[in-house]
Design a protein around this ligand. Sequence first.
Ligand code: GDP
Length: 639
Amino acid sequence: AMRAGPRRGPGAGRRGPGAAGGRGRGERGMRKSRTGQSGNLSTTVDPNKVVEIEPPITVKGLSEALGVKVTDLIAALTFKLGVAGKNINSFLSEEEVELVALEVERKIKIVERKEAEEELLQDLHEAAKEVESETRAPVLTFMGHVDHGKTTLLDALRESDVVKGEAGGITQHIGAYRITRDDGAFVVLDTPGHEAFTSMRARGASITDIVVLVVAADDGVMPQTEEAIAHAKDAKVPIIVAINKCDRPNANPMQVMQQLAVKGLQSEAWGGDVQCVEVSALTGQGLDDLVEQILLQAEILELHAKPDAAGEGVVIESKQSPEQGAVVNVLVTNGTLRLRDQVLCGESLSRIRGIIDDHGNQIQEAPPSTPVSLLGMTSLPSPGDKLFVITDKKKAKEVVEDRQRTARNMSLAERSAQTKVTLANLSETLEAQKQEELKVILKADVMGSLEPIKNSLDRIATDEVRVNIIHSALGGITETDVALAEAGGAMVIGFNTVADQTARQAADQAGVEIRYYSVIYELLDEVRLAMEGKLAPEEIEEITGHAEIKAVFRSSKFGNIAGLMIDDGNVTRNSHVRLSRDGKVVHRGTVSSLRREKDDVREVKSGYECGLTIKDFNDIKVGDQLEFFDIKYVKRTLS
Ligand code: GDP
């Protein structure tokens, strides 16, 4: 029951910046201070009080909660902790928050607030507790290799829909459609292939109940077939195999089943648990069988929903239409959505002003497992966003405000930074997520290396963690690999193979880590180390400036003070320094005081004279060369 990596649901990343003291007094207090300048905060919070704060926490949020100036926090981050580049709206990790609090001598406790959205949903479910459950139609995604017949098969199934639109079957494209037959009904997500499935999963909205894997009987298992299997398996969605094109003279369903068995899909006919149905989208052969298996599988899954509850759904897609405004296509997952319902979706509250079904009909209400187009939405949500009827308008408004604020504050990079799984942060991530496995997508150049690496990775396991190779294949790293990694919270390992440019870009955007290796034992060693949590952060020196000592002043109070002129760059009160004489490094330490004229200063820039002392080091001479640097602690990178 492992969920995708550190990925959070779409709502999670959007909670408001850290609020003080939970939902009651503290929060109100914070609101107030938000309107004032962050300058005069120091007196408002008792420094001895333990302040509670909820992630995600921004510098600003922390400043407000602690009553410590933003500039002081940033100074502590930059100079004491060596964390550069933070601004008022930057997000801080929990570790950073704790360390900064220590630096500014405040007590802090990080608490997880139940997400407001979750709370609203819970209220909704609580209210529907007594409402009766009924069986609902399954939701299917068709996947498989290109040209194996997904589209044709979908069209053929659609032909058998008994409530096809009267006007010659004109259907409304709304991202999904419901097929009703005499033997039962099911919903098909309209974008066959991995993208829709993956992007929804990546957002924590897995609405697919069953994957129909389409494999051409004359072509067999191909790379995208394997990817589809990996996707479905990783998402723990049951697979039904449609062996298509069985009308073709060179069709060889037996061979397909053999190939599938090798990939871990054992046909029920051969004692396994996967239904393989031989079909032809062209002649219609086997389609009824396929539907029967789908409905059977749905029965086994015991899919239920409560039609009499308040409506709830997931956004499939949304677009701005010149005539209709925001059009939001939603699959109703529970309850019934009704005209004029007030709903929370994405970053706004809206009232439903129109419901259009997949046949283009205006309808009044939409029960569970109905794909519909909603009109009247006040913003464009993203696929995977939840939508639900609200009962508590005040709470809903809070959620919306929170989200709008965070959406503004959070840059794309920060969003992806929150979701990154890397080898270097693996042990923390796993712990934080209560995960017991490292998910890996493995690409290699030749079979001769792929197999041994797979076998060895399988054998690496500590008491807590094991490696789970969710997909492995020969060839370069592609965008699809990255998408799978993103959805599954995995990392990608390339052995003697590289990522193409689109894959690299996608990985950058999604925050997916790609690692390249060309030596097997290095690969294994690093994975092992990462799993054992032994990758200590790496120190990186960033040279900031240079100077030569021009004079030495002796002071009984401070020891020897170096008089110098900064040649290039700068020096700060917290700079690290390397002192060399005659080309040899004599000392490496830190600056302990920095003065211009008689004043203590924070920083001296190039071209200016200053005096400084070096911590615990007095043996300075005229002519000594000083090199100033900052030390950054970065998560160890493994390449
Ligand atoms: P997709 O890429 O998986 O959506 O594949 P398509 O549905 O576009 O089908 C690719 C090609 O295979 C088209 O030319 C179809 O006409 C053909 N095709 C699809 N299903 C069958 C089938 O059952 N039998 C035969 N003979 N051809 C098929």
